[in-house]
Design a protein around this ligand. Sequence first.
Ligand SMILES: [Zn+2]
Ligand SMILES: [Zn+2]
Length: 354
Amino acid sequence: MKDYYEILGISKNASQDEVKKAFHRLAHKHHPNKGGDESKFKEINEAYQTLSNQEKRKQYDMFGNADGAGNFNWAWGKEGTQNIEFDMEDLNDMFGDVFGFGSRASRKKDLKRGKDIRVDIEVSLEEVLKDINKNISLRMNVRCSRCEGKGAEPGTALNECFSCRGTGEVQKVKRTFLGSFTQWSICPECDGEGQRPQKPCNVCKGEGQVKGEEDISINIPAGVDSHQMIKMVGRGEAGKKGGQSGDLYVRILVKEHELFKRRGDDLITSRLITFSQSVLGDKIKLVDLEGSEFLQKIPARTESGKIIKINGKGIPHFSGYGRGDLYIELKIETPKHLTKEQKMLLKELQKQGL
Ligand SMILES: [Zn+2]
Ligand SMILES: [Zn+2]
């Protein structure tokens, strides 16, 4: 790589003003229109383009005057990468082999791996009470059954890949701002296998996967809550040409219930009682989330808004035994319609000061 400072005849500590002055002086001297050397002029221009731009200059300074990846001044760890314009993909491509970023084998594996799939599943609050199974059907790429995902027509041989001559890798020269690099990458013809089927599978055309429908049974444990994710390893999209399948992520969404609100593993509901029940106490019939009726005693002199707690009638704990509790808020109902007799009795009560 060229030394831009040397080309402009300035020191490494030169100010932006000095960079500019040096360029003007040299550009004047070597301008092709004035009989100067065109390649020299281009070189000066290139040096100026880099050193007059603060970002580019910083990058250039960080990398030093390297001749290639082998002599590279490796400074990422110390300098941080936030101002560097290369993304990791480029870095892996450029230096993967020199610096051991991500082995070729693992990149090869990733290329063939099927996609991960995410689905949302709605369950009712009642369904959360027990372990359940939900069956869903997903349209996605599934393993080709004719070739068992391998991509070769059954009974045909595998030949050496013509593109990479069986090595599974192809060489490319990549030119960058930092110089030219020889880049090895996975052979796109054989996906790094080094072999290609003599005859690709008739059904999947050699891909090893076909569009299809997959029936999946999802086990949803009791006590699950909204936004919990169930990971099903290997149940995502089929891999290409014998590659690993992706994973399936099932996100749970618990539907709102008409009567019961969930707070953690506790349930909250409300119940109307009459004025006489609140004053004298009573036994009232209640229904839990399972739908079973039970009797609950209300003490005398219960005020409106009083909350009674019933142990163990909430949601089962997701991890472990036991359940949350049920809280019932009692509200005194003001009657809207009264019979003649009720009205008469209430008037009696009024006379008594109630
Ligand atoms: Zn096939
Ligand atoms: Zn190949």
